[in-house]
Design a binder for this molecule. Sequence first.
Ligand SMILES: Nc1ncnc2c1ncn2[C@@H]1O[C@H](COP(=O)(O)OP(=O)(O)OP(=O)(O)O)[C@@H](O)[C@H]1O
Length: 292
Amino acid sequence: MPHDPSANPPGGLRAAPAPPARAVRTIAVSGGKGGVGKTSVSVNLSLALADAGHRTLLLDTDLGLANVDVLLGLSPKFTLADVVAGRCSIEETLLTGPKGLMVVPAASGKRHMTDLSPAEHVGLIRAFSDMQHPLDTMIIDTAAGLGESVLTFSQAAHEVLVVVCNEPASITDAYALIKVLSRERGVARMHVVANMTRSAGEGRELFDKLSRVTDKFLDVNLNFLGAVPYDEWMRRAIQRQQAVLQAFPASAASLAFRALAQKIDKWQAPAMPRGNVEFFVERMIPGAGAAA
Ligand SMILES: Nc1ncnc2c1ncn2[C@@H]1O[C@H](COP(=O)(O)OP(=O)(O)OP(=O)(O)O)[C@@H](O)[C@H]1O
């Protein structure tokens, strides 16, 4: 596939004067266990949504091995850590990826979202509220595990996608995440994405397995969003520093990501007080929303 890396310059943004027409839908992509494909799902779903006409921002808060910017072959100049430290504005962190996708790269080095103080959260509020770019959807790639930042981002988002693979450790960790989010963070609804499935019915079976337990022990509404098959083209795309949707659009995984995006496209618009991403950071402040 042709790819022009120079089409994605860091910070290559144009002014976007029009205000957002509707509330920004925020979707946190979580999973509990590392390596289940959160970053892959976040990147490809974001691209599929961007391709479907959603003005999409991908916020990388996962400092795992495969950062979003690396996967997309982008070169960050600044990260969220620089925003927090007052070294740059949110706009300056924005990278433009394929299909017009906007990307805020993860903080580099040892700095982690969990280290943020309340004052730094306030700094982020200002930064987000100052942002002029109109958005429809914001996808947040969260870290592995059940750390505070994962829980806070998931709690703050409108929707939570739980990525799960058909292996005991992933199912156990997904259940643990769903349990904490529902019992301690008041998240009443979550969507399951079965990743790396090996047969047509496996994703649904995996969902049924998980929802049998959640139905029994938790008060949560689980929705099966869909499955992404195990696909070797995913790894080949990574070698090219491209998302599979971009490098191999006709692959089975790419088709699955488009199908997920189509379902999300049909969701009802979120009812939020403001058509701005500011609310998102506001809801991250401990004590501002549900019990921390
Ligand atoms: N559907 C799939 N088919 C084949 N390989 C996949 C699929 N989804 C993800 N992978 C591969 O699995 C590996 C882990 O994926 P990814 O980095 O997205 O996981 P993650 O959950 O974000 O991990 P971490 O939390 O540790 O950063 C990558 O090499 C990726 O290419």
